[in-house]
Ligand binder design. Structure first.
Ligand code: PZK
Length: 303
């Protein structure tokens, strides 16, 4: 039986796998300046999937997760005929349990970037929490902060205070979510830092499975986080993105106006971007991508 598509994101899809399960498929698509590029980035879907599994496993003592299996042999039969127009599914799909998702994005910030920096400049606060005076763009925060937002169905998510989050999901759940996410961020950031990568911030999605708060969706990937090369971190400036900067720089250099269609990417840019994603996985998780599902198809078994 063909699987039914239940949700299509910019770079990934979610299918009903029956039996209260979903198949979460990460494509090799990449977006830059909010526009999807025409060329797939080789291995990007496998990198995001392998990273998610690594962290769900490494954090399993902290929280249960929605993960059932990453092994294609465990996928429902309809998965084998599933064709999203991309590379084979092996390594870039996860069978997960359906959860009752919280209506908030659980973001943790360790550094002052993006909308956090914009708020700080305005009011010296981050999601309503007062911060020390005199902080610069990209500065490290005194402590990682839980900075939730609502899930906007259209347009951009709205930042909310911890109090507002407590009103939305209940205080006990908000407290649990905050403590879990901050600890997960601390662990991942500490590991990444020893390998020269700063995890500036990251977004978790939590849901209830069998009455327990579980880690869902993708976890600590470049698409759900800001990864910076530690050696290029300079407070007062905006550090490059570990994974996307060569692509962004090339696009800027073309003079493209950032509306579709984007310019066709040269092979060198595709290759360099792919290598960045793989390096992020191998450095942050301390594992080789060649050891992950689907390596045979890409002919990297001997790497
Ligand atoms: C769920 N998303 C986002 C992910 C997409 C969109 N375990 C779960 N149970 C219920 N719902 C979700 C999950 C998870 N994960 C995740 N939306 C709903 C999403 C992947 C591809 F297109």
């Amino acid at each position: 039986m063909a699987l039914t598509l239940v949700h299509s994101g910019k770079v990934r899809e979610l299918y009903d796998a029956g039996d209260d399960r979903l198949l979460m498929v990460a494509s090799d698509r990449i977006s830059a300046f909010d526009v999807i590029m025409a060329e797939p980035i080789t291995d990007k879907g496998r990198v995001l999937t392998a990273m998610t599994v690594h962290w769900l496993d490494a954090l399993s003592d902290l929280a249960p997760s929605h993960l059932v299996s990453a092994d294609p042999a465990d996928f429902p039969s309809g998965a084998s005929t599933l064709d999203d127009g991309g590379a084979p599914l092996a390594g870039r799909a996860l069978l997960v349990r359906r959860a009752e998702m919280l209506p908030i994005e659980c973001i943790v910030r360790g550094y002052l970037a993006g909308s956090g920096w914009a708020e700080y400049k305005r009011s010296q606060t981050l999601h309503g929490t007062e911060l020390p005076a005199g902080m610069r763009q990209s500065d490290r925060l005194p402590e990682p902060l839980f900075t939730p937002s609502t899930k906007a169905t259209e347009g951009h998510d709205e930042n909310i205070s911890y109090e507002q989050a407590a009103e939305l999901v209940g205080r006990a759940t908000a407290t649990k979510a905050r403590d879990l996410c901050v600890e997960a961020y601390r662990r991942a950031a500490a590991v990444a830092e020893t390998h020269g990568i700063i995890v500036a911030d990251t977004k978790f999605e939590l849901g209830f499975i069998d009455g327990e708060l579980a880690l869902c969706d993708e976890v600590l990937t470049p698409d759900s986080s800001r990864f910076w090369p530690a050696d290029q971190w300079e407070p007062g400036t905006s550090p490059p993105s570990f994974d996307k900067q060569p692509l962004r720089d090339w696009l800027e250099d073309t003079g493209w106006d950032k509306t579709p269609p984007p310019p066709a990417l040269p092979d060198e840019i595709v290759k360099e971007t792919s290598e960045r994603y793989i390096a992020a996985y191998e450095r942050v998780c301390g594992r080789r991508l060649a050891d992950w599902y689907g390596a045979d198809w890409y002919g990297e078994g001997g790497r």
